[in-house]
Design a protein around this ligand. Sequence first.
Ligand code: PAF
Length: 302
Amino acid sequence: MSNLFVWYYLTFIYSFVALNHLMLLLKTINHYKEWYQNLEDKNSIGFVPTMGALHKGHYSLIEKSVNENKVTIVSIFVNPTQFNNPIDLKNYPSCLERDLDFLRSSGTTAIFAPSVSEMYPNGTENLLNIDLLHIDKVMEGKFRPGHFNGVVTVVNNLFEIVKPNNAYFGEKDFQQYMVIKRLCELKFPKINIIPSETIREDDGLAFSSRNALLKNETRIKAKLLFNTLQNAADLFKKMSADELNKWVEKTINSVDGFHFEYFEIFDEQNLLPLSNSTKQARAFIAVYVDGIRLIDNFKFKP
Ligand code: PAF
């Protein structure tokens, strides 16, 4: 009886330690470099960059990376330089302990969670400027000036540190995915940028870290964002671009607490206006829902 107890006890202790040892938490660039140097196979590193407050959307990217690579690195870093609004940065959800719990059974090999001074040792003033063509002139680029400078700077630095072979990005931030593809075209031609479909709640709302900021009654209304996008894609053939834009703006602004920011339809290959060669279109929307800014997009055949 007592032997059995000792056996159970040792099994419990062993699995607890192993569980905690299977996933490393690396907080400095030097720790990451040390770990990387000892890695035998450097040709199968999957990378999922995040700003934490992890949800099912992140989980699906991590799952994909775990299935396609020998090791998966998840970074958690709330990047100050991509917030054009200081209040938005201050309110951004941050919960490292909860995120670590969330990742424990995900198959993640290591989490890279550096501090701001680690990522920006010379301050946050000098950002990377690369030619993003027209991609950052529309939508998020237009309404959040400097946002993509911050994104390319941090992703560039993360890529240089992590040295991934494959990096995974959600289509919920489709414009960001296009920006990162352009960054790789110019600076990291060997990294494969792999997009993953938007994961949605049962009522259609796209998973986003910002959803955690929605109060209950606001959360219920937020599904109208995706409904409007779907309806707009249906109305696309029946209305002119101008009429459709006005319809979306009116529909959104008629909901109490909603404030329309933009609605656009672009060719998803290049984020240019649709043309005869467009095979796949995407409708994009940004709306303030009781002060919380949400974005979404929807793919459709033109
Ligand atoms: O999509 C995000 O969470 C961020 O923009 C990213 C890519 C991690 C860069 O900070």
